[in-house]
Design a protein around this ligand. Structure first.
Ligand SMILES: C[S@@+](CC[C@H](N)C(=O)[O-])C[C@H]1O[C@@H](n2cnc3c(N)ncnc32)[C@H](O)[C@@H]1O
Length: 325
């Protein structure tokens, strides 16, 4: 049930959800109804589609369909469900405690109100969570996975996130890692101030409103740094999609190395386009010769079996690490 719940909460396309036979019995049906009911309002069409598949599965297995499941299926919201426009938000939960299938607690998940159907447009790339953020969040929050590419612990470290968008990375460290190995500060930055309005709600949803480790600051790449104090680690995901900003981005990272005593920058990139990724690596060569490496390569994220889900069509993900001199 845990895995099924995780898939539904991350809005895995229904055709990719596996419903184990044992989860079609009467007790599971009741359990599922209680789990689904409060979420229907966020995306009725998704739940209509899921329930339709679930009921089909029950019927194929010649099980008895409970009144509770039917009642939910004919609920007015579900009957009248329509495709949500791309700018309407949904509430999505992402598992961030490493690539495993073990049961999870509230600290292992980040809840986001976001616009997952939004492709991109003017200043909107930060309004949905991207795959590289989910990948890196799971790598960083799992001590074993993290130690494969990062030699230092995160305890007492000051971390800056660049281009935080919905904030999955920074929030996951604050919610999961910080509780186990307290960090000094996590400063979440983005060039767009609109992302910070959304972040307020995410803080509440994740019980992080009172967090004293999180800070927020606008930071536009290429502009002078206004961050106080030294910074140990930069983290970022999916900020290497636009060749036009590589120079200013590297300039900013370099400023952190020269002015803020930065030790490591860790940047996760989705390899959507070979030309773009080659340009990025050329830019790294130019700014940080012999100081960067591709620390992690996941060529088929869709093949990862874990509580977090990557679509089968997710392009490869690379994690770059840049070190101080
Ligand atoms: C594709 S989104 C990635 C968001 C988030 N890291 C994720 O992976 O879900 C890119 C983010 O970089 C930010 N960004 C783009 N250009 C920027 C710039 N020149 N300075 C600072 N932030 C920028 C955008 O506002 C956006 O939030």
């Amino acid at each position: 049930m845990e895995k099924l719940r995780a898939c539904i909460e991350q809005r895995v396309p229904v055709k990719h959800i596996h419903i184990p036979d044992e989860l079609t019995d009467y007790t599971s049906q009741l359990e599922l109804v209680e789990f689904l009911k409060p979420q229907v309002v966020n995306n009725p069409l998704y739940f209509k589609s899921f329930l339709s598949q679930y009921i089909q599965r029950i019927e194929v297995l010649s099980q008895e369909t409970s009144d509770e499941i039917y009642d939910l299926f004919v609920d007015e919201q579900i009957l009248n469900a329509k495709e949500l426009p791309p700018d309407v938000s949904d509430v999505i939960k992402y598992h961030v405690n490493g690539f495993n299938n073990i049961g999870s607690s509230a600290d292992d998940m980040i809840v986001m109100k976001e616009m997952p159907r939004l492709i991109s447009g003017n200043n909107t790339t930060g309004l949905r969570t991207w795959e590289a953020a989910l990948f890196l969040a799971n790598m960083l929050n799992d001590e074993k996975a993290r130690s494969t590419f990062l030699s230092c612990d995160l305890a007492n470290k000051t971390v800056v996130e660049l281009g935080c968008g919905t904030g999955l990375l920074g929030l996951s460290l604050a919610k999961h890692c910080h509780k186990r190995s307290p960090l000094h500060k996590i400063i979440m930055t983005d060039g767009s101030t609109a992302v910070f309005d959304n972040l307020q709600e995410s803080l509440e949803r994740n019980n992080l409103s009172e967090s004293n480790v999180l800070q927020f600051q606008q930071l536009i790449w290429g502009e002078p740094l206004t961050i106080n104090g030294n910074v140990d680690l930069i983290i970022a995901a999916d900020i290497t999609y636009d060749v036009g900003v590589f120079e200013t981005l590297c300039n900013t990272i370099n400023d952190f190395f020269t002015l803020k005593n930065l030790q490591f920058a860790i940047i996760a990139a989705t390899v959507r386009n070979a030309e773009t990724i080659n340009s990025w690596e050329n830019e790294l060569d130019k700014w940080f010769p012999n100081r960067w490496e591709t620390a992690v390569v996941e060529s088929r994220p869709g093949s990862i079996s874990a509580n977090c889900y990557f679509d089968v069509n997710t392009p490869g993900i690379r994690v770059y690490i840049i070190k101080s001199i």
